[in-house]
Design a protein around this ligand. Structure first.
Ligand code: FEO
Length: 400
């Protein structure tokens, strides 16, 4: 049975949901699942926009066949060649051997790498600004390199004013029957996963996202159809504002995220004492994370949300605690920048964690490091309260 939903008079959602997959890309936990969106335009020509992940193949083909209702499939537009969207191209060609595949030069290079089927006579190679006449609808192709991968493009339908945005504006989370942002409480139920998706999957490529946002600003857009998560058909400025902030590495909120690593609870205690003092000093938005028990993808999302970070770590084998080192390496890899960072360390005999964390942070762009730091010897003692107060004051001052 199909699970097709109508997006506009001529466009249907023909994707599917996976609630069984534990780790997206075999890295990111997705306790709320994930959707693989695909869209079918039916005009004088019929056009499928991207396929889906192999895991939902049965549902996807059921949906496509239903939405085609006996018609031929003229075109497949491939906006993205990552296997969570392209895995079913081979099977689609087996079922619909006459379909023409629309992509750019890089799309077809990757298609040749992933698949063995014969592309001869099947391809339509497009570049920036090219169009595909479908009847009432004309599709315009907008290159979006590195809005996740180099071959990525977006497709704009000038009749319904829909932007098919590939991974852009996507989110983790399976769709609960509802597929539109205005059918959901996005801010409460989806924003955290949308932020975690963007920051971990596309976060590194902020300048590329900015370039596409500039191109999108020149289009009249009524609807954004991503390859994952809800379709945007109202309040587009809400998600565009988030994307402007995330892609320019501007903090989303004036907020403090305290991220601590603690082997026996002593560094944790110091982090909790600092957090309580920050709250006493009037800081409104404080989040505290034990980084050993929080997936690094959630921590990365928080580094994009918060203006201020406090990193607290023991020294370990004379080096950084490995989980803290991993977080810092991931922050650098994902281009985290333009934050204010404070440090707290612990060491029973030779504490060096502040020095090492600072060195890693200083490798990132536009980071403001607070000189005031706290060094705990094994456990925080009452006679160090002034030092904690000084760190608290330095953080509060930097937030003014
Ligand atoms: Fe959802 Fe970059 O693939």
């Amino acid at each position: 049975m199909h699970s097709v939903r109508r997006v506009t008079d001529d466009i249907c959602w023909v994707g599917g949901n996976d609630r069984r997959l534990a780790l997206f890309e075999n890295i990111f936990p997705i306790s709320r699942g994930v959707s693989y969106n695909s869209y079918l335009l039916t005009d004088e020509k019929t056009v499928l926009l991207d396929t889906a992940d192999r895991a939902i193949g049965d549902q996807f083909f059921e949906n496509v066949e239903y939405a085609l209702s006996g018609r031929a499939l003229d075109y497949l537009v491939v906006n993205h060649m990552e296997p969570d969207h392209c895995a079913l191209i081979g099977e689609l060609i087996r079922r619909r051997p006459d379909v023409k595949i629309v992509g750019n030069a890089k799309t077809f290079q990757m298609m040749g790498q992933f698949f063995d089927f014969d592309l001869e006579g099947r391809t339509i190679v497009v570049k920036e600004g090219d169009t595909l006449e479908c009847g009432k609808h004309t599709l315009h192709f907008v290159m979006a390199p590195m809005v996740h991968w180099p071959e990525v493009m977006m497709t704009y339908d000038d009749a319904d004013k829909v932007l098919f945005a590939a991974d852009g504006f996507g989110s983790f989370g399976a769709l609960p029957g509802h597929i539109f942002n205005d059918e959901l409480d996005f801010d409460r139920e989806w924003l955290a996963d949308a932020r975690r998706y963007y920051t971990n999957i596309v976060g590194k490529y902020g300048p590329s996202v900015q370039a596409v946002l500039k191109k999108a600003a020149g289009l009249e857009i009524n609807m954004i159809c991503p390859l994952h998560g809800p379709i945007w058909r109202s309040d587009l400025s809400y998600i565009l504002d988030k994307y402007h902030k995330w892609s320019s590495y501007e903090p989303e909120e004036k907020a403090v995220a305290v991220m601590y690593a603690s082997m026996y609870g002593n560094t944790e205690n110091a982090a909790n004492v600092l957090a309580a003092k920050l709250a006493d000093a009037g800081v409104k938005k404080i989040a505290v994370y034990d980084i050993s028990g929080t997936h690094v993808s959630e921590l990365i999302a928080e580094t994009f949300r918060c203006s201020h970070l406090v990193l607290a770590s023991p020294t370990y084998n004379g080096a950084l605690y490995p989980i803290m080192e991993n977080l810092l390496n991931d922050m650098k890899a994902l281009n985290v920048q333009n934050r204010t960072v404070a440090f707290l360390e612990n060491g029973t005999w030779a504490p060096t964690a502040v020095k090492q964390m600072r060195a890693k942070i200083e490798e990132m762009r536009d980071m403001r490091v607070l000189e005031t730091a706290v060094s705990v010897k094994s456990a925080l003692k009452r006679n160090q309260e002034e030092e904690i107060d000084a760190l608290c004051s330095a953080i509060v001052d930097s937030m003014r």
